[in-house]
Design a protein around this ligand. Structure first.
Ligand SMILES: Nc1ncnc2c1ncn2[C@@H]1O[C@H](COP(=O)(O)OP(=O)(O)OP(=O)(O)O)[C@@H](O)[C@H]1O
Ligand SMILES: [Mg+2]
Length: 209
C-alpha cells in the first residue's frame, strides 16, 4: 500500500478538523500549565494551512508538507507554530519529491520530523513536551516496519505509542517551554503539545481520537 498527494492533502484537512474539534480541550490543558493558547494556535495554523494547500494535480507530498510548514511558521506565534512548522518542513525535505509513499518513506518522514523538533526545541524524552509523544511513536513505527508491517500496521503502532506517551506526560515535571516556569506544580497535568501530537498520529492512522 502506498499513499500519494491526495491522501496527504486529505490528512491535512482531517487534522485541521480534528484540531477544531479538540480546540477547547487543548486550550483547557494549556490553561493548566501554560497560557491557554495551544488550541487557538493550532486551529489558526491549520486553517491557514488548509487555505494554502496546492493543487493535487500539480504537486507532490513534498510540496503539500512544505506549504503546511510555511503556513504554520508564518501564522502561529509561540512555541508550537515553529515546532510543528519545523517538523513538517523536515518531513517535506525527507520525501524529496517522491510521488508515492510506502511505509518506509512515511517512517523516514516521521523520523525526520522528530529530529527537526528535537533540534528546534532542544528538548528530549522526559522533558514533558510533544517529544514525549513523538519519540515513542516514531520508535514504534520503525519497529513495526522492521517487523514487516505495511502502512496501516505501522501507523496503528505509532498511534498506540503516541497515546501512551501522551498519558505518561501527566506525572512529569516540565523542563522546557512555558510549563517549566511552574516547576513541580507542572506535575499532575497532561502536556498539551503531546496531546496534539497524539491527535496527529490518530488522524494519520484514521483512528477516531
Ligand atoms: N522546547 C520545546 N521543545 C518541544 N516542545 C515544546 C518546547 N516548548 C514547548 N513545547 C511544546 O509546546 C506546547 C505549547 O504550545 P503553545 O502553542 O501553547 O505555545 P506556547 O508555549 O504558549 O508559546 P509561548 O510560550 O511562546 O506563548 C507544550 O505543551 C509543549 O508540548
Ligand atoms: Mg501556550
Amino acid at each position: 500500500m502506498t499513499v500519494g498527494t491526495p491522501e496527504v492533502i486529505g490528512f491535512i484537512k482531517s487534522y485541521a478538523a480534528t484540531i477544531r474539534e479538540h480546540r477547547t480541550e487543548l486550550i483547557r490543558l494549556d490553561a493548566a500549565i501554560g497560557d491557554a493558547d495551544h488550541g487557538e494556535n493550532l486551529d489558526r495554523g491549520f486553517r491557514a494551512a488548509v487555505e494554502r494547500l496546492p493543487d493535487p494535480q500539480e504537486s507532490t507530498p513534498t510540496d503539500v508538507l512544505k506549504a503546511v510548514a510555511m503556513a504554520l511558521i508564518s501564522k502561529v506565534g509561540g512555541a508550537a507554530g515553529p515546532l510543528y512548522g519545523t517538523a513538517f518542513l523536515r518531513a517535506s525535505a525527507a520525501l524529496d519529491g517522491q510521488a508515492e509513499l510506502d511505509a518506509g518513506a512515511v517512517v523516514q518522514a516521521l523520523d525526520a520530523a522528530l529530529q527537526g523538533l528535537k533540534a528546534r526545541g532542544k528538548a528530549d524524552l522526559g522533558d514533558k513536551t510533544m517529544i514525549d509523544a513523538w519519540a515513542p511513536a516514531v520508535d514504534a513505527a520503525r519497529e513495526a516496519l522492521e517487523a514487516g508491517q505495511g502502512l496501516p500496521g505501522v501507523l496503528a503502532a505509532a498511534t498506540a505509542a503516541a497515546e501512551k506517551g501522551m498519558k505518561d506526560t501527566t506525572p512529569l515535571v516540565a523542563r522546557k517551554g512555558r510549563a517549566s516556569y511552574l516547576g513541580e506544580r507542572s506535575a499532575g497535568h497532561q502536556d498539551p503539545g503531546a496531546t496534539s501530537t497524539y491527535l496527529l498520529f490518530a488522524t494519520l492512522s484514521c483512528a477516531d481520537p
